[in-house]
Design a protein around this ligand. Structure first.
Ligand code: URA
Length: 273
């Protein structure tokens, strides 16, 4: 079978999208073959003096990124997070942190959305494309569904605080790696300590598994209150299906509704006491 030029271009775009290449980074295309041929034709330039080489930024669209070894990154994150006494200070501390490799490819840091007085803290997997563009968690399609789910149990932005286990978008929306999560976790733990919510809701498998320290799947974890120790305090955490999963599998909304009712019941009980 031969494809027309238009359909082979469409197939190529579909493939790019499936691989996570979902945005252009320049107005004009770059002919890398021509660049390589020109480079081969040119004699090697003399290296610049050492001092100049050290201070010049790396070429290309990536921004300069001081990478730390994974254990150094975790220590740096802990120190910065510990030094913050308010959520505002913590956000500032996070903005100076260079230990998570995801920061190098992200456009913005997505720290949180919602109220600093919230009783419930929702923790998702990581920012997607819309979140990366706006610098806020859960503002894309999944976020809109999450908002509708919260409204359905009468929770407003004043009652909810929304964040993720990583603060920068994983390229192509892949699942964050253990190293990326570990670099961000000290900030998340401090966020929990400073907000001190009545309940945590863990949205989706990666958030649930990383915070509960288990490999069990979300289908088994969801819907039951779990103990989660953060900052020396045992906290109640409810794993829930991810709204992005519900968008792909609308039939699972029944289970999500049951989980929301579990949260609502807990909130009403706390109201009575
Ligand atoms: N999915 C997440 O887990 N978090 C977001 O912020 C957006 C989509």
């Amino acid at each position: 079978m031969t494809l027309s030029k238009a359909s082979s271009a469409a197939a190529l775009l579909d493939w790019y999208r499936a691989m996570g290449v979902d945005e252009a980074i320049g107005d004009a295309g770059i002919d890398r073959f021509a660049e390589a041929a020109a480079a081969r034709a040119k004699p090697e330039p003399a290296p610049p003096p050492t001092e100049a080489r050290q201070s010049s930024p790396p070429a290309g669209p990536r921004r300069e990124f001081a990478s730390l070894a994974p254990d150094e990154a975790v220590m740096d994150a802990r120190e910065r997070a510990r030094g913050a006494n308010t959520l505002e200070e913590l956000e500032k501390a996070l903005s100076g942190f260079e230990g998570c490799p995801l920061k190098a490819t992200a456009k913005n840091t997505c720290f949180k959305r919602g109220s600093d007085e919230a009783r419930v803290m929702f923790i998702g997997e990581g920012p997607g494309r819309d979140e990366d563009l706006q610098g806020l968690p859960f503002v894309g399609r999944a976020g809109k569904l999450l908002d509708k789910m919260l409204t359905a149990i009468s929770l407003t932005e004043d009652d909810a605080y929304v964040t993720n286990i990583v603060y920068w978008r994983p390229p192509g929306n892949r699942t964050p790696t253990l190293q990326e999560v570990q670099a961000c976790i000290p900030f998340l733990e401090r966020q929990v300590e400073l907000l001190d919510p009545d309940y945590l809701v863990l949205i989706g498998g990666p958030a649930s598994q990383n915070l509960l320290g288990t490999k069990e799947g979300i289908m088994r974890l969801r819907g039951k209150w779990r103990d989660c120790e953060i900052g020396g305090k045992a906290r109640k955490a409810l794993p829930m299906l991810h709204p992005a999963y519900l968008l792909r599998n609308p039939a699972a909304k029944r289970q999500a509704w049951r989980d929301l009712l579990t949260l609502k019941t807990a909130l009403e009980k706390t109201d009575e006491t």
